[in-house]
Design a protein around this ligand. Structure first.
Ligand code: DC
Length: 232
């Protein structure tokens, strides 16, 4: 690992992990890795191939036959996405963001073998690189030796409001109540699964973003990294 620096960020749905991680990574010149996108890819593969999302063995088979590439959006792709995701060369960056895929991702993420395969891919991506990696098990499973561990959260209503605005902006017609219920359901699923549930590890820095702007959160994280790395 030489002197590469790993920032591991976990937290529930719509805590701001994606936006904040991307901005922190850009400010520091690190690689941003959205691990949720990989669970979303598995759900998309299942849905497209009519494989029931409960069928773990078949999903793993599909996953192993699929080439997944994740990279920074290039000039022609700056359409609000935080990352570009390709499966076998096809751009699925938006196809993995539907509500159906969101629900599906939470189901497939409960399969231990799916997790094992994806965790290995994530560890390979982070090897010898400075990264900001976000998800649900990054602080204790994927990057247990990360130099900085953060648990990013916000109140339930704040998160549901943020998610609702995001969906309305994308043209999805959905009520606030529906968004709120689905968000709590996904959190419940992510926190109660038996393999690697979302949890706060004792050495994580807990940041509640309810009353903070994105810029404020980015600023405190970047500031702390510079102190830890002796760059101030
Ligand atoms: O962060 P997200 O909403 O894109 O994640 C999609 C789903 O994948 C979510 O239900 C939680 C799950 N997930 C996980 O179990 N472990 C990760 N490291 C990342 C996401």
């Amino acid at each position: 690992m030489a002197d590469s620096f790993h920032i591991a960020i976990d937290g529930p749905v719509a805590a701001g992990k994606g936006t904040i991680s991307r901005l922190v990574a850009d400010r520091l010149g690190y690689l941003y890795v959205d691990t949720g996108a990989m669970y979303r890819v598995v759900a998309l593969l299942g849905l497209r191939n009519e494989v029931p999302l409960e069928n773990e063995a078949k999903l793993v088979e599909l996953l192993q036959k699929t080439e997944i590439d994740m990279r920074n959006p290039n000039e022609g792709e700056k359409d609000g996405r935080l990352t570009t995701v390709l499966i076998n060369g096809e751009d699925v960056s938006w196809a993995i963001r539907t509500e159906q895929v969101s629900k599906g991702a939470s189901i497939v993420a409960a399969h231990p073998e799916v997790r094992r395969v994806l965790v290995e891919k994530q560890q390979i991506i982070a090897r010898q690189k400075d990264v900001v990696m976000e998800g649900r098990d990054i602080t204790y499973r994927v990057l247990p030796d990360a130099q900085m561990k953060i648990y990013l959260t916000a109140g339930d209503t704040v998160r549901a409001k943020r998610r609702h605005v995001q969906l309305l902006t994308k043209g999805t017609d959905i009520s606030f109540e529906e968004v709120y219920t689905q968000l709590l359901q996904r959190d419940q699923q992510d926190m109660s699964r038996s393999t690697d549930p979302l949890k706060i590890v004792p050495d994580a820095w807990l940041i509640d973003t309810s009353d903070l702007s994105i810029e404020q959160v980015v600023e405190v994280i970047v500031g702390k990294v510079r102190v830890v790395r002796g760059q101030v």
